[in-house]
Ligand binder design. Structure first.
Ligand SMILES: [Mg+2]
Length: 235
């Protein structure tokens, strides 16, 4: 395909998805997770961030190397994120931690996906990012993916302090910020089952990105952005 044809194909794809979405939809707000949802786990970015967390705990907090994997797992399960666990049990400068763990050359990991962009751009809903990372990381990721202008706002881990996903309070705060009072008008798209399960419990429609779901984990799932249209329109 020549570059000119390629551009035409993209325009055609964008037009097709606009037509596809230009219908009534029962949802008015969609919350998108960021890491491992707007880009696939195969990019290894999230793996690199977790590696930076280990380095931080070892080098800046002087925690014993052999205890770090166990501590991270424990805090992640008990507090929602490693950072919330570190805050609860140690002295932690959260801003320093967040800056350190996200200090990675994002364009080495991420590539914009024009099809994904056209699909999100065509949604008739209010679209927000809802992430357990911080706004600086979210802004950087969205800029590299060429998606920043498509999101009304970013609900980050500091916005929902002292909570984080999957705590029910974090969903209440996110909805309030979105100006949405009715959870049944909201969708949460996330790669973690515990988040989609929690969103479902609040009354939102939850979509698991990246893998199949079992009963109760989510209301739907997709691994290809093309599939999003059919899922949303079927409700
Ligand atoms: Mg994620």
């Amino acid at each position: 395909m020549t570059p000119a044809n390629c551009a035409f194909f993209q325009i055609e794809s964008e037009f097709a998805s606009r037509v596809l979405y230009n219908r009534a939809m029962k949802f008015s707000t969609i919350f998108f997770d960021l890491d491992d949802t707007l880009y696939p786990p195969s990019t290894n970015l999230w793996k690199a961030i977790k590696g930076r967390m280990n380095d931080y705990m070892r080098d800046r907090m002087n925690l014993p190397v052999e205890k770090i994997p166990e501590l991270r797992e424990k805090y992640y399960l008990q507090y929602g994120t490693t950072m919330r666990g570190l805050q609860a049990n140690h002295q932690l400068d959260a801003d320093d931690f967040l800056a350190y763990v996200h200090d990675l050359p994002l364009s080495d990991y991420l590539t914009p996906d024009p099809l994904q962009r056209s699909i999100i751009a065509s949604l008739p809903t209010r679209n927000l990012i809802f992430t357990n990372a911080d706004i600086h990381h979210a802004e950087r990721v969205l800029n590299v993916l060429n998606l920043r202008d498509l999101f009304k706002s970013i609900v980050d881990v500091n916005t929902v302090t002292p909570y984080c996903k999957p705590m029910p309070e974090s969903f209440d705060i996110a909805m309030k910020l979105a100006g949405e009072a009715d959870p049944s008008r909201c969708v949460m798209i996330d790669d973690l089952k515990r988040t989609t399960r929690a969103a479902r419990k609040t009354g939102m429609f939850s979509i698991l990105y990246g893998e199949a779901y079992m009963n109760g984990d989510a209301d739907a799932s997709f691994s290809d952005w093309h599939q999003l249209a059919g899922i949303l329109e079927a409700q």
